[in-house]
Write a protein that binds this ligand. Structure first.
Ligand SMILES: [Zn+2]
Ligand SMILES: [Zn+2]
Length: 432
């Protein structure tokens, strides 16, 4: 599956002999932090020399060029520092390339000395598909899940990120749990009587949600953007709370897939196709809008996959902004990958590139799945998967504005074909 795209890793090993005369001294093991590291992992072993029962007590910590970044004394044999999370006792944050050092306190050194072996692993920033849910609720508005429960469920699903977009509040954004591998994307659902939209990536995008007219909405959008939010129009063709404000506002994406695939999603899809055909590069995203345990509405259904430079809020939302997004009905749903030369989903193939052949790689198919390709002319091609597994094919984007892929599947529960996966388009500038 696409998520197996491995993160690039490298490592370094250092050995340092510590003499008895160094007892009580602070020792540095210098190393160079490479560029573009997303997480550093350090572990150490101490081997005492001399007689069998001689003991060494060597403490552990680390510094960057500016300051001590963490200290665990004799309490830990290993630690991690990432951009967002770190082992307790250590400070997460940027991993600036350059001069760093592992720190030791030679608290107790045997008569014959000892050897410290330090191993450092670097996880490099590697563009890869990260998956999660951009639209969920919690007890901070009308949901029943605590923030910890939401995070734990996403963890159990093997997801990477979650946005808890509670209605017109931000208290969830300042209470995010830290002891989870799930990246928390700050979010709030700007909820009005004439439509909902998600503000993603800003902890505090608005001071007051109460609006009475379009100019109020425009102003709230402007401020939210100024505070760093990406804006998604939610369930725009919903029967109960459609988007009735202007579609001409400044936003980053549209949630064309909200919860289980239903007619309202179908209407949003048709609207999106019209926008694309008119030459508007509108980014399609999805979200479960889960509030509470439910038979149909569940976390990461649909699941949003983002080709991200790094597992950070900026990494994920940067990928969303560029349209590097695929939506699947569930975290283990079928996946469609498209490329044209060096360009991928969401990219625009420039006029200078002569090849317009789009390579399509389909994964996780079930026999009977129906794959459809669309351009501004409508459906270009439809094929059925004859067996489970993968399928590779090419489709021409010659003289087209874009090509995008849909995978449809028969779901017994619904007794009909439903959307199982959907890509954003590859766009083409007119060839010369
Ligand atoms: Zn809503
Ligand atoms: Zn919602």
């Amino acid at each position: 599956m696409a998520e197996q795209q491995a993160q690039r890793r490298s490592s370094a090993v250092f050995k340092r002999l510590i003499e008895r005369s160094e007892q009580s001294a602070y020792i540095e093991i210098p190393f160079t932090m490479p560029e573009h590291v997303e997480e550093v992992y350090v572990r150490y072993e101490v081997e005492p020399h001399g007689v069998e029962d001689s003991k060494a007590v060597i403490d552990l910590g680390i510094r960057d060029a500016a300051r001590v970044r963490g200290w665990s004394g004799g309490a830990r044999k290993e630690f991690r520092i990432g951009l967002i999370k770190a082992t307790p006792g250590y400070l997460p944050g940027p991993l600036a390339p350059g001069e760093w050092a592992v720190l030791h306190n030679a608290y107790k050194v045997p008569e014959e000395g000892c050897t410290v072996k330090v191993e450092i692993d670097y996880a490099h920033k590697t563009p890869r598909w990260l998956k999660g849910d951009l639209h969920t609720h919690s007890i901070h508005s009308d949901g029943t899940y605590s923030l910890q429960e939401n995070a734990a469920i996403m963890e159990s699903l093997g997801c990477d990120f979650i946005a808890m977009t509670d209605h017109n509040t931000i208290s969830q954004n300042v209470a995010y749990p830290r002891e989870t591998s799930i990246l928390m994307i700050p979010g709030t659902e700007f909820t009005t009587n004439f439509g909902h939209s998600n503000f993603l990536g800003a902890i505090d995008p608005m001071d007051d949600f109460r609006v009475t007219d379009l100019s109020d909405v425009r102003e709230i959008f402007r401020v939210a953007r100024e505070r760093g939010a990406k804006i998604v129009l939610n369930h725009p063709h919903c029967d109960y709370c459609p988007w009735e404000w202007d579609f001409g506002l400044d936003y980053d994406g549209v949630e064309i897939w909200n919860g289980p695939w239903t007619d309202r999603n179908g209407r949003a899809l048709a609207w999106w196709q019209e926008q694309l055909a008119a030459g508007n590069h509108v980014v399609a995203v999805g979200g479960s809008d889960v509030h509470r345990p439910d038979r149909y509405v569940k976390h990461a259904m649909p699941c949003v996959w983002v080709w991200a430079e790094e597992k950070t809020v900026q990494g994920v939302l940067g990928g969303v902004e560029r349209g590097h997004v695929v939506i699947t009905y569930a975290p283990d749903g079928p996946f469609a990958q498209m490329s044209c030369g060096d360009y991928g989903i969401g990219d625009t193939v420039p006029s200078g590139q002569s090849s317009r052949e789009v390579a399509v790689q389909l994964e996780g198919l079930l026999a009977g799945d129906v794959i459809r390709f669309y351009s501004e002319r409508g459906m270009e091609q439809e094929i059925s998967a004859v067996s489970d597994g993968e399928l590779r094919l090419t489709i021409s984007g010659e003289d087209r504005l874009f090509i995008r892929t849909e995978i449809w599947r028969y779901f017994e529960q619904a007794d009909r074909m439903l959307m199982a996966a959907l890509t954003n388009p590859i766009y083409f500038n007119a060839s010369m």
